[in-house]
Design a binder for this molecule. Structure first.
Ligand SMILES: C[S@@+](CC[C@H](N)C(=O)[O-])C[C@H]1O[C@@H](n2cnc3c(N)ncnc32)[C@H](O)[C@@H]1O
Length: 291
């Protein structure tokens, strides 16, 4: 069982399910008309259930994989592809997906999501794969998704919901004095698809300080690095996909921002629907959100 749920975990899954139902309703019409097939791809599928809360107030919620498999009205997907790197979680996932829904076309890969997104790209541009349209859910707990992986999805008929660890990931690596280890900088480079120099200039300012021994240059982290990283990622997504939704902001009980949840597509209507859903959930859980 995955153990990381806050209240936002449930909202995130509800957003995905609400969008998937709208997606299937619209795509059902086109699938009949053009003989399209529909693929659901989940790159960080988990163990099938999530433990949230603490010992006194514990709750187990059904993971996104089974929630998506449950949808039959107006139709289901033609193929479900789940990726889970951790062998134990993969085994548990099998029970709540493949074994629970034997009538559905379910594949589970025990591999790295980045590799499988590249493989999905190869499939979608192949002769057989060209009739498939895909809805992808990319829900890592950290910074495992490489920028080059997302670039592989450019120009494809893929709508993707992407969880971005702005507070949980990027902000934690951006040390306040700018002295970031080479390993962390490499991680930021892979994650943002940017060079070290450009990353540092996004998040830090250099100031001249007058001291007793002359002028010194001091590096300071800009305020609101979390919001800044959300804006940067949103802008970067816009360089790959034609449309990017406003984010659903996931905050913990202390009201600190942990993640931003975006939807990307090359279809304007798809992102319009995503924005309506995101606005509803942001109003419900976050009040007014600036974006
Ligand atoms: C946030 S959880 C997913 C929760 C799931 N979407 C759900 O609704 O239950 C992230 C999962 O990704 C898995 N994981 C971590 N790194 C991975 C990688 N590089 N490729 C695939 N899965 C990975 C973890 O083992 C973990 O189970």
């Amino acid at each position: 069982m995955n153990n990381f749920g806050g209240d936002w975990t449930e909202s995130k899954i509800e957003i995905l399910v609400e969008y998937a139902k709208a997606y299937l309703t619209i795509m059902n019409i086109y699938a009949h008309r053009y003989d399209w097939k529909l693929l659901y791809f989940d790159g960080f599928a988990g163990s099938g259930s999530i433990k949230k809360g603490n010992e006194q107030d514990e709750k187990i919620i059904i993971g996104a994989a089974a929630r998506i498999l449950e949808i039959d009205d107006p139709r289901s997907f033609d193929m479900y592809y789940f990726v889970e790197k951790e062998p134990n979680a993969k085994r548990l996932l099998e029970t709540s997906t493949k074994l629970k829904f034997p009538q559905k076309n379910v594949y589970i890969a025990n591999e790295d999501c980045n590799d499988k997104i590249h493989a999905m790209k190869d499939f979608l541009i192949s002769k057989n794969g060209r009739k498939y349209k895909a809805l992808a859910y990319i829900d890592p707990c950290g910074m495992q998704l490489n920028w080059s992986t997302l670039v592989a999805l450019q120009k494809l008929s893929v709508d993707a919901w992407i969880l971005v660890p702005t507070g949980m990931g990027v902000n934690r690596l951006l040390k306040s004095d700018g002295r970031i280890s080479d390993a962390w900088l490499q991680k930021l480079e892979n994650f943002l698809g940017m060079e070290k120099r450009d990353i540092l200039s996004q998040f830090y300012v250099e100031k001249e300080v007058y001291t007793l021994f002359g002028t010194e240059t001091v590096t300071t982290k800009k305020e609101s690095a979390i919001e800044q990283s959300a804006n940067l990622y949103m802008q970067r997504l816009g360089e790959i996909f034609k449309y990017v939704s406003k984010p659903y902001v996931l905050r913990n009980r202390m009201n600190s921002t942990m993640f931003h949840f975006f939807m990307v597509s090359n279809n304007r209507e798809a992102v319009k629907i995503a924005n309506e859903i995101v606005a509803k959930y942001n109003n419900r859980t976050n009040g007014t959100v600036k974006y």
